[in-house]
Design a protein around this ligand. Structure first.
Ligand code: PMP
Length: 285
């Protein structure tokens, strides 16, 4: 049975009910997080909660749970749902109002919802076992506040589906200047001449926690050079390797973009080195 949390109570997920006037339901007016947990050990718990608080601040939802309140909730969900490989989904909306109205009402109580879902086992640093991602590319048609992890995900959903409809796993997104932003549900990177290059954090992309942890691990190790700078479409097409990262995928090796091979079309050596370092150090975060 999948045990969820809603507004202070633990209950079976299928019994959880919200008001149709919840602003999360009507407007996508909320913030969410997904924290990965393997064998009962979460990866990046503190930065995930920090990003959630940043998002709540950015959209003016006053919600003052401490890191330890969130920690208790996550640990309860792990306990109640078995300590396998879980994505812990955390979600706070502005709450249910008495009418549908765009403006924020002062006196509504935020809705807090959380549940755990099974995720694939963590990837292992082995080229023969690595999933080979094939992606589409597209102009990024989302909004100008992509740094906020909003539950309003329609822009991302449509870009993700665009890739799926073309038989691909994801969609790489490019801004009006043909610079890489991210993918519909992942951050994006190229590797050229053994240097890992990823777009800098700004309003065009989510500050991914896997990105944060990966860049920290690579910089601490020092054997692979890292650059945060704009990446052109030309550079993506001529990269030796292309990667996507997210909490559940860790580092995904992209071997094909729009049907054309990336580099030699195989999982790369720098991917292997980076995933090896990530697998070894991720539980320090
Ligand atoms: N960008 C977008 C648009 C995302 O939805 C996600 C999370 N699925 C990411 C990047 C990666 O973020 P994280 O590493 O924190 O999972």
């Amino acid at each position: 049975m999948n045990i969820a949390f809603l507004n202070g109570s633990y209950l079976p997920l299928e019994e959880a009910r919200i008001s149709p006037l919840d602003r999360g339901f009507l407007f996508g007016d909320g913030i969410y997080e997904v924290v990965p947990s393997y064998g009962g050990k979460m990866v990046g718990f503190a930065p995930h909660i920090q990003r959630m608080n940043d998002g709540l601040d950015a959209i003016g939802i006053k919600f003052d749970w401490s890191e330890s309140d969130w920690g208790d909730l996550c640990n309860q969900l792990i306990k109640k749902n078995g300590s396998g490989n879980l994505g812990i989904y955390l979600h706070v909306t502005r709450g249910a109002d008495s009418k549908r109205f765009h403006g924020f009402s002062e006196n509504i109580t935020p809705t807090v919802f959380a549940f755990a879902f099974e995720i694939a086992p963590a990837p292992v640093a082995d080229k023969t076992l690595a999933k080979k991602f094939k992606v589409s590319s597209s102009k990024d048609l989302r909004w100008d506040r992509c740094q906020i992890k909003s539950t309003s995900l329609l822009g991302n959903v449509l870009h993700f589906q665009q890739g799926q409809d073309q038989g691909n796993d994801e969609t790489l997104l490019f801004n009006a200047d043909n610079q890489l932003t991210e993918a519909s549900s992942c951050n994006a990177y190229i590797v050229k001449d053994s240097v890992v290059i990823t777009p800098p954090l700004d309003n065009q992309l989510l500050p991914g926690i896997t990105r944060q942890i990966l860049l920290d691990i690579l910089r601490n190790d020092g054997s692979i050079k890292v650059e945060e700078r704009p990446v052109s479409m030309h550079e993506v097409k001529n990269a030796d390797e292309v990667w996507i990262t997210s909490s559940s995928k860790e580092i995904g090796a992209v071997v094909e973009i729009d049907g054309l091979p990336v580099g030699n079309g195989e999982v790369g050596d720098i991917w292997l080195a980076a995933q090896t370092l990530y697998s070894a150090a991720k539980h320090n975060y």
